[in-house]
Ligand binder design. Structure first.
Ligand SMILES: O=C(O)CCC(=O)C(=O)O
Ligand SMILES: [Fe+2]
Length: 277
């Protein structure tokens, strides 16, 4: 029997599971725990091959290759490698690999239509210190918005691209750098829980539609401030064998990006595609 450990408002762990061997009831319990934990669930102590990790990941939905082709596993495009090839041939540290996901609080795949449902990581190597992943609840962010701002955002969509306004596209091949923006409602009802979350990513948003640039920029600033609410965060300290899934529709995350670069921090990562909103 799995044991549930809750970390607070967001985040939970399920102990005592073997993800290679789960019947439908056990998987339903995982999904329920994931939703109740506002989209962040840790399953520790796993021993998975790539096919086993993919088979488990596909229970959540279609697993699709990430647009960053240079960081895909050479034999398996559905697996993205985190922390691999972080040193260039000349020995210098490639910050785009080392600090991937550490620049801003974000949600993965806002540049896609539909946006990603979930991201799942499996930890293969963990440094002696640092390298945590921080999470925050998008439901809490929506609840914290002043009523007038919430009203203003009703029905408003944001335009999102991979590199956002900074054009941070180092991990993309040149042919993949100029895709048109994806449009997503900023206040978004989660299809599973029925709750409204703030769908936002300061590093990927270009503008809010239907506003002049000054209003759009001011609201982008206000929403960036609103993303992380006290009492609605969780920081994951990794152990080898952890499987962590997060729901990109209702949670934000950010890598700490602070571990000793000479140490390994390696994960397999999969993207679970979203469904039309
Ligand atoms: O490495 C991490 O902790 C998370 C990086 C990230 O943002 C991601 O994998 O989407
Ligand atoms: Fe990310």
């Amino acid at each position: 029997m799995a044991r549930l450990e809750r970390f607070g408002r967001i985040g939970a762990a399920l102990h005592g599971l073997d993800l290679r061997d789960l019947d439908a009831a056990a998987f339903a319990a995982i999904e329920a725990a994931w939703e109740a934990a506002e989209g962040v669930l840790v399953i520790p102590d796993q021993h998975l091959t790539i096919p086993e990790f993919l088979a488990y990941s596909r229970r959540f939905g279609p697993v699709v290759p990430h647009p960053s082709k240079s960081t895909r596993h050479p034999d398996c495009p559905e697996i993205t490698l985190l922390g691999v090839n972080k040193f260039r041939p000349d020995g210098t540290l490639d910050q785009a690999v080392y600090r991937r996901g550490a620049e801003d609080w974000h949600t993965d795949g806002a540049y896609d239509q539909p946006s990603f449902k979930a991201t799942q990581l499996y930890a293969l190597a963990i440094p002696s210190r640092g390298g945590d992943t921080h999470f925050a609840s998008g439901y809490a962010a929506a609840e914290a918005l002043p009523a007038a701002l919430r009203d203003r955002l009703e029905g408003v969509r944001g335009a999102f691209v991979y590199g956002g306004r900074k054009r941070a596209v180092a991990l993309l091949n040149p042919e993949d750098r100029d895709r048109p923006p994806a449009m997503h409602p900023i206040l978004r009802r989660h299809p599973g829980t029925g709750r409204v979350s703030l769908y936002f990513d300061p590093g990927k948003i270009l503008y809010l539609e239907g506003m002049d640039a000054a209003e759009s920029d001011a609201l982008i600033e206000a929403l960036t401030e609103a993303m992380v609410q006290p009492g609605a965060t969780y920081t994951h300290r990794w152990s080898v064998g952890d499987v962590v899934i997060w729901d990109n529709r209702c949670a934000y995350h950010r890598a700490a990006g602070d571990y000793p670069p000479e140490e390994d921090r390696i994960h397999w990562r999969v993207t679970i595609a979203g469904t039309a909103a």
